[in-house]
Write a protein that binds this ligand. Structure first.
Ligand code: SF4
Ligand code: SF4
Length: 194
C-alpha cells in the first residue's frame, strides 16, 4: 500500500522540492531548445525577407525546419509576441551550413524565404569580434573562426588576429559556433542587420 505523508510540514517540503525541480527542468528544456540571447535581434534562416514582410508571410508551418538537414532552424519562443513560433537560427548552438540549393528556401511556399543566387548572396547578419574576449587578440594562438568560415575572405588573419570583412560576411554563424567550442565567453557573434 502507498505510504501517506502524514506530517503537513513534510508534505509542504516535498511539494516545494518537486515544484523547484519542475521549474528547473522547465528552464533547462527551454534553454536547450528555444531561448534566444536578449542582447541581439533575431537571426532568420537564409533568404528571409525583411522583418515586416516576413511576419506577414510566415505561417509558422515548420516546413523550413523540417527541410533543414542540420537541424539549424528552431522556433522562436517569445510569449505574447506576434513572432512567437517563427523560424530562427541560434548560431552558438547550431549555425547555418549554407547548403547547396538551400532546402529551407525551397520548402517555403509562402515566400517568407526567397531564393538567393549562391551562398555569397545570403545576408543573415554580420559577425563582430569582441577583441577583449578573443584568445588570438590576447596572448594565445587561435584561428578557429578564420579556418572554418565557408565564405572566402570573410575573415582574415592580420598578424595572427582575426578580422571580419563585413562586406563579405553572410552571417552564417559558423565562426560563432566554433568559437563557442574553444573560448568562453564567446568572442565572435553574428548580429542581424536592420
Ligand atoms: S541553408 Fe541548409 S543549414 Fe542553412 S538553414 Fe537552410 S537548410 Fe538549414
Ligand atoms: S565571418 Fe562568420 S558569420 Fe561571416 S561568413 Fe564567415 S563564418 Fe559566417
Amino acid at each position: 500500500m502507498k505510504k501517506e505523508i502524514a506530517d503537513p510540514r513534510k508534505r509542504e517540503f516535498f511539494k516545494d522540492a518537486f515544484s523547484f525541480l519542475e521549474n528547473t527542468v522547465g528552464v533547462m528544456v527551454k534553454r536547450k531548445t528555444d531561448i534566444i540571447p536578449e542582447t541581439r535581434g533575431i537571426i532568420r534562416p537564409p533568404g528571409a525577407v525583411r522583418k515586416k514582410e516576413f511576419l506577414a508571410l510566415c505561417t509558422k508551418c515548420d516546413e523550413c525546419l523540417k527541410a533543414c538537414p542540420h537541424g539549424s532552424i528552431r522556433k522562436l519562443n517569445k510569449d505574447f509576441d506576434i513572432a512567437d513560433g517563427t523560424p530562427i537560427i541560434l548560431p552558438d548552438e547550431r549555425p547555418c551550413y549554407l547548403c547547396d540549393n538551400f532546402p529551407c528556401i525551397t520548402a517555403c511556399e509562402e515566400g517568407a524565404l526567397k531564393g538567393v543566387g549562391d551562398k555569397e548572396d545570403v545576408n543573415m547578419g554580420k559577425a563582430y569580434i569582441n577583441e577583449s574576449n578573443c584568445m588570438a587578440w590576447g596572448a594565445q594562438f587561435c584561428e578557429h573562426c578564420a579556418r572554418n568560415c565557408p565564405v572566402s575572405g570573410a575573415i582574415y588573419l592580420e598578424e595572427g588576429k582575426p578580422v571580419v570583412r563585413r562586406d563579405r560576411c553572410v552571417g552564417c554563424g559558423i565562426c560563432e559556433n566554433v568559437c563557442n567550442t574553444v573560448n568562453q565567453p564567446l568572442a565572435i557573434k553574428v548580429v542581424p542587420e536592420g
